[in-house]
Design a protein around this ligand. Sequence first.
Ligand code: ATP
Length: 231
Amino acid sequence: MTEVNLHKLTKKYGRKEALSQLEIQLPKAGITGIIGPNGSGKSTLLKLICGLIRPSSGSVELNGEQAGRKSGAVAAYLSEEDSLYDYMTIKGTVSFAAGVYPDFDQELAMTLLKEMKLHESEKVKELSRGNKARLKLAVTMARKTPVLCLDEPLSGMDPLVREDILRLIVTHLDVDRQLCLITSHEVKELEPFLDHVLIVHEGRVVVDRNVEDLKEENRKSLIDVLREVTV
Ligand SMILES: Nc1ncnc2c1ncn2[C@@H]1O[C@H](COP(=O)(O)OP(=O)(O)OP(=O)(O)O)[C@@H](O)[C@H]1O
């Protein structure tokens, strides 16, 4: 398990403040949804946690260590962008990932891909969007890092693929040991899978709650809570 602590975390892009003075201790395990309107700062937060970008001020600590170049060993980042190479096969993609990440478990990756009904000889350029998303997810999850940061893994997927992807995450996550942070605009579909939620609005975290407690207290769906707090 990993302790992720944000202390007075601020990120500016030029003069624009994308995140402002966040003071948060994330849950140590389970699935945390990071939701909020476009441009509220969700991707910025994930990139800071994975050490891909640096804070303007304040800090991100993973088990007491400042996030930075070495954080990749603790926190894996699944990008919203297309991060696969078209000219590779699925098998080639897996071998490439094994060469890049010392913690990569090739056997687990192949098991995941089999479950996803993807064949190792298929070419990336011939995969559907949903299958590319599955491949990206398998490559990220095969690292078994204590923290998984999944940036919009459901983006552009049809409802059946979205459900399938969420199931795969839940099935293969070690919920007692791994922390999975997921950003998504598909709040309704994400809600049943979440243990915890952060709602980000204009660079601030306006809700930081256990989802069950939040539901019991408000008797509202997450999407209604989101609507209320982001007006
Ligand atoms: N590299 C960058 N350079 C300049 N501004 C940026 C950069 N990345 C993000 N921003 C700005 O920072 C703010 C937060 O962006 P971010 O991508 O974190 O939001 P988001 O909540 O993930 O948005 P979305 O839901 O649309 O993906 C936005 O105003 C965005 O325009």
